[in-house]
Design a protein around this ligand. Structure first.
Ligand code: NAG
Ligand code: NAG
Length: 186
């Protein structure tokens, strides 16, 4: 990689960090399986975003929801919707491809774009889901993002606290989490 590319990457990474992604030295943590494996059919459906590390493409978005449906080829279609700062409904559709671990997918939102890791760290299917995406940067750093999702537009604060503690244990800088406003009704 040439120097310019390296500098651009560092600038990009630090911008992402200021926005809330968590950049740490070293490689991504080893993903762990969910007890008994992920039951995808139970995981499908609609989830409300309760907290997130802010990503560029999510800046200012409120009422963010994600809907997962299974495609005939076994991939999972991801439909993220939200309401922008100027009150328009936005949606972005992606694909999650299953990997060797039942709870780790490779998600891409644009054709030919590099895919990002989508690791369902913990879920009880009916109440909450904890998702981490970690990607290695140059083999030197790793960039983590995290989402706390709920089946309802709100989530019990005790559960949120437990999930935040789990994120901390994984090495996510939890002070970078922001709360997503869910004030649009259902
Ligand atoms: C997954 O969940 C569905 C619906 O609750 C259930 O019918 C199915 O047996 C479960 N699959 C496994 C492998 O546990
Ligand atoms: C994504 O969900 C939104 C809101 O439910 C819907 O309007 C849109 O048509 C969906 N997009 C796709 C491709 O299914």
């Amino acid at each position: 990689m040439n120097q310019l590319a390296l500098i651009s990457l560092i600038v990009l990474s630090s911008t992402l960090c200021q926005l809330g992604s968590s950049l740490s030295p070293g490689r991504c943590p080893q993903t762990t399986e969910i007890d008994g494996g992920l039951n995808l059919s139970r995981y499908l459906g609609k989830w409300y975003e309760i907290k997130r590390t802010d990503l560029i493409f999510e800046l200012g978005l409120r009422c963010v929801k994600t809907e997962y449906t299974v495609e005939s080829n076994g991939n999972v279609a991801v439909n993220n919707t939200g309401v922008s700062l100027i009150n328009t409904q936005v949606s972005v559709v992606g694909t999650a491809k299953p990997g060797t671990q039942s709870n780790v997918f490779a998600v891409s939102f644009f054709q030919f774009s590099p895919s990002a890791q989508y690791w369902i760290v913990d879920t009880d299917y009916e109440t909450y889901s904890l998702v981490v995406s970690c990607n290695d940067v140059l083999g030197l750093f790793n960039l983590k993002n995290a989402w706390i999702l709920s089946r309802k537009p709100n989530l019990d604060s005790d559960i949120v606290d437990q999930l935040v503690a789990k994120l901390k244990a994984i090495g996510v800088e939890t002070d970078k989490l922001t709360t997503t406003a869910q004030d649009c009704g259902n």
